[in-house]
Design a protein around this ligand. Sequence first.
Ligand code: DC
Length: 230
Amino acid sequence: MDNKIKDIVIAFDGHSSCGKSTVAKAVAKELDYVFIDSGAMYRAVTYLAIKKQLINGKKIDIPSLKKAVDFIKIGFVKNNETGQQETFLNGKNIEKEIRGIEVSESVSYISELDFVRTKLVALQQEMGINKKIVMDGRDIGTVVFPDAELKFFMTASADVRAQRRYKELTEKGDDVTFEEIKQNLEKRDYIDQNREISPLKKADDAIVLDNSSLTPKEQLDWVMEKIFNL
Ligand code: DC
């Protein structure tokens, strides 16, 4: 595809498990842009909290987590075999660990914390300093890059999203039920939309994309058309 656009920031926000990363990744590939999965960063902090036993249910050891977050290093490295980007925390590959249900169950509590958001938003803004970036998350178009040239707000029905996530996890061998997945994503949607700091909401200038009945290819074509008509 002829790359006619240059140096912009593209934001994908939306509900849990609606395929934001899939489309954001594909767009970045088409444009030769950097793709950043901001959710992986909140998952990395959550993994750290679990590993260091700083979280128990909703109870979090705030002073200790604050210290750990001050020195945190989160990076993304492309796996040469799969071509996929993987998440590194303080030099260790944690891609597999952060996708499991244990991290998914706790991540909403960690991402509600102001000092976590302040730190991660600053890191994300740094990553986008030279533009040419596609970032997906919950607050990218509203808080991280409010001046992004193009913003999408994605959604799909809870059943469709749970089914996709269930398939993805069971194919990887995870022992999960459809109901468990659906409840988890509905709970995360609720917390994401109702938290005090940077709740999930559509930016006024975001384009809504409901992909309940779109194939990945149809979705990518739809998005690329918007980009080239910018
Ligand atoms: O995109 P994801 O489902 O992997 O994100 C994991 C969690 O991180 C999600 O439940 C909400 C939180 N998150 C956030 O609060 N802000 C972001 N920009 C990205 C994710």
